[in-house]
Design a protein around this ligand. Structure first.
Ligand code: C5P
Length: 405
């Protein structure tokens, strides 16, 4: 495969030498395009020796072969590592004042970038907005990792390790196992209005559902993400050309949006924390102490959305539910009882897979990490995962893919 590796001016360029080596060892033809600035960190002879191809930064060489666009046209994949804040800004604006710039504009191949910069530069709204734009255009962003930076600082901004960039690059050119599948995911937590300014809600951040949507999109699926009250920060990660976000508030709205999305979906995941009850009446005006003391709120039961989706399911559609349970340490039940409850819940709702996650004051909801077991329809544990919500998402899609084979 023809791969272009763009190298821009950051100290992490030395790690890219190893990335180029991994790519050539795997049998790819690699053309390195450094920027002028990058050559201050790693010199031209190194890039030529490691890639076994001539290397130039200039658009004025090989003019007869229209090199400034030929490399981009011939590329089957473009990687930019490290990608500095400056290069990211140039990519966003479509600037083409050097060979890397023209190549990036001339290519229709997948593009993977590995940002590397100081934490402040990474967190700057300009960089964050550029990254969001690139992501929307389909550019895959690897990292940056959190860790020690040049100059002894630390924070997010460190370039991901070459092995990780290599894996992301391969993933970008391998058709995903969810290629062309249509998927509906609900995420976040519903808010049931009490009056115009108050609601009954829960602490679900939506991170697990967003991770599910992103993982599915990256594996090739077309995703509708029904997002209930997810903060801007969390939802930012869901910017992807194959994810359509539908924002909702209360359970009834979430139900309507999911029914619509599920009517065309091959798989449905109900990761949202849906309120089981809502206030029987919603006050038209803000309740005040003057309108009388409020010591109780009468509640009525919400419909079970996932059970309804199971009832109306399309042929072959896989439906996944979640069960959040508090174990003993959280004042709940022991493990055997927790799993027994989960099995009963799965039977009651009729879902194909039930993802059981332990929640409590300090785990599951809001946290970045999660630990789950996945129950199959016979009640057996067919998968499990512990770690980042992305890793958990991976295990859930693996189980869905296995079921639909
Ligand atoms: O019964 P419980 O709330 O624990 O069930 C959790 C699962 O059911 C989740 O997948 C959740 O999205 C879904 N659910 C639903 N409608 C409700 C309550 C929960 O679809 N009213």
């Amino acid at each position: 495969m023809n791969i272009v590796v763009g190298v821009t001016g950051g100290i992490a360029a030395y790690k890219t030498v190893h990335l180029v080596r991994l790519l050539t060892k795997a049998g790819h033809e690699v053309t390195v395009i450094p920027t002028e600035d990058a050559l201050r960190f790693v010199g031209l002879p190194t890039w030529e020796a490691i890639s076994r191809h001539p290397v130039t930064t200039s658009v004025h060489e090989d003019v007869a072969k229209v090199r400034h666009v030929a490399l981009g046209q011939a590329a089957e994949l473009v990687i930019v590592a490290p990608a500095t804040a400056n290069t990211i800004a140039k990519m966003t604006a479509g600037l083409a004042d050097d060979l890397l710039g023209t190549t990036l504009l001339a290519t229709v191949a997948p593009v993977v970038i590995a940002p590397a910069m100081h934490a402040e530069m990474w967190q700057h709204p300009a960089t964050q907005s550029n990254i969001a734009t690139l992501r929307e255009r389909g550019v895959r962003i690897v990292g940056p990792a959190d860790g020690e930076l040049a100059g002894g600082d630390s924070g997010p901004g460190r370039m991901s390790e070459p092995e990780e960039i290599f894996a992301a690059a391969l993933a970008a050119i391998t058709p995903g196992d969810l290629d062309g599948r249509r998927i509906a995911v609900s995420a976040g937590g519903t808010r049931e209005p009490i009056d115009p300014v108050r609601y009954l809600g829960n602490r679900s951040s939506g991170r697990q559902g967003v991770a599910l949507a992103v993982e599915a999109a990256e594996r090739g699926a077309e995703v509708v993400l029904v997002a209930a009250n997810i903060s801007h920060d969390v939802l930012a990660a869901a910017q992807h050309p194959r994810i359509r976000v539908v924002g909702v508030g209360a359970a009834a709205e979430l139900g309507a949006a999911m029914r619509e999305a599920a009517a065309e979906a091959d798989a449905v995941v109900m990761a949202a924390a849906v309120a089981d009850y809502r206030p029987a009446e919603v006050a038209a005006h803000k309740l005040t102490k003057e309108s009388g003391p409020l010591t109780s709120i009468e509640l009525v039961e919400n419909e079970d959305i996932v059970a309804g989706l199971v009832r109306d399911r399309r042929a072959g559609q896989v439906i996944v539910g979640f069960a959040a349970e508090t174990p003993v340490a959280g004042g709940g039940v022991d493990d055997a009882e927790l799993m027994e409850r989960a099995r009963r819940k799965q039977q009651r709702k009729g879902v194909d897979l039930l993802v059981v996650n332990e929640v409590g004051w300090d785990r599951g909801f809001e946290a970045a990490e999660n630990a789950v077991r996945i129950l199959g329809s016979g009640g057996a544990v067919v998968g499990s995962a512990a770690g980042s919500k992305r890793e958990v998402a991976r295990a859930i899609w693996d189980a869905v893919v296995k079921l639909s084979q």
